[in-house]
Design a binder for this molecule. Structure first.
Ligand code: FDA
Length: 535
């Protein structure tokens, strides 16, 4: 059978399941009341329920991972597609009044599908799909921009690139990732070593809180403004838009990609890269993608090829980069180069928000603080050359990341981290056996790397969300802080408690909740019962 009919089949089954599970249950009158409440302020064209023909297309419009549209996955009882802040405020207020949680979706790239699917079959939730709130306004003279959460990174980069050849924004490499989720969890890409995370370059934000109020930086206060810049999406409210600091780049930058095979000393090169890349000048970033029997070194340099070559000769001669490897292009063209692996493609590709999901994937991440020995890399090829293998992505830190305090934002992985290591498994064939094979690959390699990565805790990046690290449990009516520390300190280390304290202040009833949302910090008297608080 070809791929299209399989997807179609999946959708039809999903739709049928929904129409049975949601609408024939005893909750139907509560659901009707919730929908009735929404209808007061939200035009019918923006409200999609499982009985509307528009429901499935809009649900799938930004799904990236087929794992979360499999039959039986709990899905929203409504999707609201707001076109103005008042619609978001109404959805939050109606949700609270009628006991329906709201999951927020900007670009839909959440690794565990939490912006549109739930693990808990009993959960009644609606999705707020912010795709229409994607206006990007660039003020080139002030080197600032306002971006709607529903914009993709590609749309943001395009708007910046059109406004000026010498302005840029430091964020991730995949152009379809949504601004809303990306900035909420940090956001790193090729400019990180010079300019930090996307979240480090946020100047202001507009947010709808758990009471449905519209707040900006001044009215939300510095604690909440701190929490939304890296504390992970969903927990604190719905961020509608972000004011961004743009950064200066030269008119011409240089990129290269060079591949080295296993039999061309790839293990040696990766081993050396671990110490070299994080210590390079800030205007050079070289990441590595390792797949099958080859490693690919991918670089962005904020300058001309001639300077890059002399730097490479001095700092990393073994990689053997030569003039023909260089391409001199504009920064905006470099975003196309990294997203689509070609510099000749049209800039307009950045505006493509992507189509229906075409793959299943599962990823995990680590931070590496000491170079992994060469014999371990040698052993890793036996994993990478398996038929069910995925790939590894190594993103170098250092530079500006070393000079930002780990508590400046909730994102704590600063000085002392050489690079982020991502294990990414993906597959196209349906079926449990295939899925188990792929999951077992990613879990097996992750386990094998344990001795060589960060410890106490073994940390990970919240934007590479991984529910294997732990999921929330309730303590009474709210998420248990003690249980959440298991996963929370892996993403946020010592910042987790402060995030929970902010949550207790701005959303004490835990309305914005999902499998890995920040729990409210228990009140002081309950807190005293908690064993071994480490902060
Ligand atoms: P999505 O809409 O699924 O939201 C993610 C989470 O944030 C959910 O919990 C959601 O509820 C919440 N949320 C979304 N919008 C919100 C809002 N407006 N207000 C409050 N909460 C909100 N990362 C990186 O740092 N560098 C990279 O280069 C890449 N590359 C990359 C490639 C691909 C193919 C994928 C799938 C992912 C990445 N990522 C990445 C990871 C990416 O940064 C991460 O998945 C983001 O959370 C995605 O944001 P979206 O808005 O697309 O996701």
């Amino acid at each position: 059978m070809t791929r299209a009919p399989i997807i179609l089949q999946l959708l039809l089954v999903t739709l049928c399941t929904l129409s049975v599970s949601v609408f024939s249950s005893s909750t139907s009158s509560a659901t009707d009341e919730f929908l009735g409440c929404l209808a007061v302020d939200i035009p019918p064209a923006l409200l999609h329920t499982p009985v509307s023909p528009s429901y499935t297309p809009i649900l799938l419009s930004s799904v990236r991972n087929l794992r979360f549209v499999l039959p039986g996955t709990p899905q929203p009882l409504a999707i609201v597609a707001p076109t103005e802040p008042a619609h978001v405020q109404a959805a939050v207020r109606c949700g609270r009044r009628h006991g329906v949680r709201v999951r927020v979706r900007s670009g839909g790239h959440d690794y565990e599908g939490l912006s549109y699917a739930s693990v808990d079959r009993r959960e009644r939730f609606a999705v707020l799909d912010l795709a229409a709130l994607r206006d990007v306004r660039v003020d080139a003279a002030r080197a600032e921009a306002w971006a709607g959460s529903g914009a993709t990174l590609g749309e943001l980069y395009y708007a910046v690139g059109v406004a000026s050849r010498t302005l840029a924004f430091p964020a991730g490499v995949c152009s379809t990732v949504g601004v809303g989720g990306h900035l909420s969890g940090g956001g790193f890409g090729t400019l990180m070593r010079r300019d930090g995370l996307a979240a480090d370059n946020v100047l202001d934000a507009v947010l709808v809180d758990a009471d449905g109020r519209l707040l900006n930086r001044t009215t939300m206060g510095e604690d909440l403004f701190w929490a939304i810049r890296g504390g992970g999406g969903e927990s604190f409210g719905v961020v509608l838009s972000w004011k961004l600091r743009l950064v200066r780049v030269p008119e011409t930058v240089t990129v290269f990609k060079v591949q080295r095979q296993r039999n061309q000393s790839a293990s040696d090169l990766i081993t050396k890269w671990q110490s070299i890349a994080p210590a390079l000048p800030r205007d050079l970033s070289i990441r590595v993608v390792v797949q099958n029997e080859h490693s690919q070194f991918e670089a962005l340099f904020l300058g001309r090829c001639s300077r890059l070559l002399s730097l490479m000769r001095a700092r990393f001669p073994d990689l053997g980069v030569t003039r023909p490897d260089c391409e001199e292009i504009s920064w905006i063209q470099s975003t196309v180069y990294f997203a689509f692996y070609s510099s000749s493609k049209q800039l307009e590709l950045l505006l493509d928000r992507g189509s229906k999901p075409d793959r299943y994937f599962k990823a995990k991440s680590d931070y590496v603080q000491e170079p992994i020995p060469v014999h371990v890399w040698e052993r890793t090829w036996s994993w990478l050359e398996k038929p069910e293998a995925g790939l590894l992505i190594l993103d170098p830190y250092g530079g500006r990341m070393d000079s930002i305090s780990p508590s400046a934002t909730p994102f704590p992985h600063r000085k002392g981290n050489l690079y982020n290591l991502q294990y990414y498994s993906f597959w196209f064939d349906d079926g449990t056996a295939e899925m188990e094979k792929r999951l077992s690959w990613v879990n097996g390699l992750y386990k094998e790397m344990e001795p060589y990565v960060s410890k106490h805790p073994r940390t990970g990046y919240v934007n590479y969300r991984d529910l294997d690290l732990g999921t929330n449990e309730l303590a009474g009516n709210v998420t248990s802080y003690v249980k959440a520390r298991v996963w929370g300190e892996k993403y946020f280390k010592g910042n987790f408690k402060r995030l929970a304290a902010v949550k207790a202040r701005v959303d004490p009833d835990d309305f914005f909740r999902n499998e890995q949302s920040i729990p409210p910090l228990p009140a002081a008297k309950e807190w005293s019962f908690i064993q071994n608080p480490t902060y």
